[in-house]
Ligand binder design. Sequence first.
Ligand SMILES: *[C@@H]1O[C@H](CO)[C@@H](O)[C@H](O)[C@H]1NC(C)=O
Ligand SMILES: *[C@@H]1O[C@H](CO)[C@@H](O)[C@H](O)[C@H]1NC(C)=O
Ligand SMILES: *[C@@H]1O[C@H](CO)[C@@H](O)[C@H](O)[C@H]1NC(C)=O
Ligand SMILES: *[C@@H]1O[C@H](CO)[C@@H](O)[C@H](O)[C@H]1NC(C)=O
Length: 263
Amino acid sequence: MEYTALHKLLWLLNAFTLTTQELVKLNVRPKITAECGKQVTLNCDVSSSPNGLSIKHMAWIQNQTSLCSVDEEGKIKPHSRTDFHCEYKHGQLSLIFKRVRPLESGNSKPYTCKLQSNRGASNAKTIVVVQECCWSFEGVWNEGHPTCTFRHVYPDGDVHWFHGSHNLSDGSVKQHTTKQVDNGWLTIHSYLEHNLSGVSYNCSLKSTASGRYIASSLVENPDLHAQRVRAQVHTTRARNGVGSQRPMWTFFFVLISLALTQN
Ligand SMILES: *[C@@H]1O[C@H](CO)[C@@H](O)[C@H](O)[C@H]1NC(C)=O
Ligand SMILES: *[C@@H]1O[C@H](CO)[C@@H](O)[C@H](O)[C@H]1NC(C)=O
Ligand SMILES: *[C@@H]1O[C@H](CO)[C@@H](O)[C@H](O)[C@H]1NC(C)=O
Ligand SMILES: *[C@@H]1O[C@H](CO)[C@@H](O)[C@H](O)[C@H]1NC(C)=O
């Protein structure tokens, strides 16, 4: 009696290990943090699985759309998108974005790696978190106003203007800021109803995600710029003036030395 119970238990244990062996584990990083605009690679790996595994189909899928897939011969199925490409070798399928965009990111848009093999089906998920960014920005003096444009901003930001060390974004000076969404990116344009000469204006973009200033540009009043150039011309002339007097001094020195040696 006892013997059969033990036997049964062993048999159950054995069956359990067999079934756990059947499950093929996929190695996928559950979360990938990426800098906006940089290359990002999503790897799905079955290479550490037990021997005798034969892959029938393997794919990277997002929102029920297959992005990368391979057949049982390890051949990649061609696709027509240019924003990513796929690589496959030794049980590793990679989905590579050339320049990751905010559109590809977020909790609501996970990527799933799916495997069909002689040991059944497995899958694993990953999410890509794209960090805040501002790819390019410029500040110019336009129609009598300091003006700034921030392009490829993600996820969002507020523009703060400064005049020297004075923060103008406390409501004392009117600023006009507009935002435009294009292909998942934000373009932020801002100008100030203020145009003093003297010190340069500074427009800075504060990320709403982190509260950090992620971009800033100096905008110079053209009058101030002209003054600077004039001042630079003066100092250059002055320096040249000093320079041209040097040979004269050398000449006197030689004369005096000559006079002394003659005595
Ligand atoms: C998933 O795809 C469907 C159909 O193409 C689309 O309507 C939906 O907005 C997509 N969902 C996400 C989170 O992108
Ligand atoms: C400052 O603004 C006034 C009024 O809009 C304009 O007449 C003037 O040309 C501006 N000054 C500069 C330096 O742009
Ligand atoms: C400038 O003023 C704005 C609005 O009051 C504020 O949110 C921001 O933190 C200030 N920035 C600095 C650097 O003082
Ligand atoms: C503009 O002002 C911000 C906030 O005070 C500062 O962090 C940034 O360095 C300044 N940028 C330039 C270009 O001076």
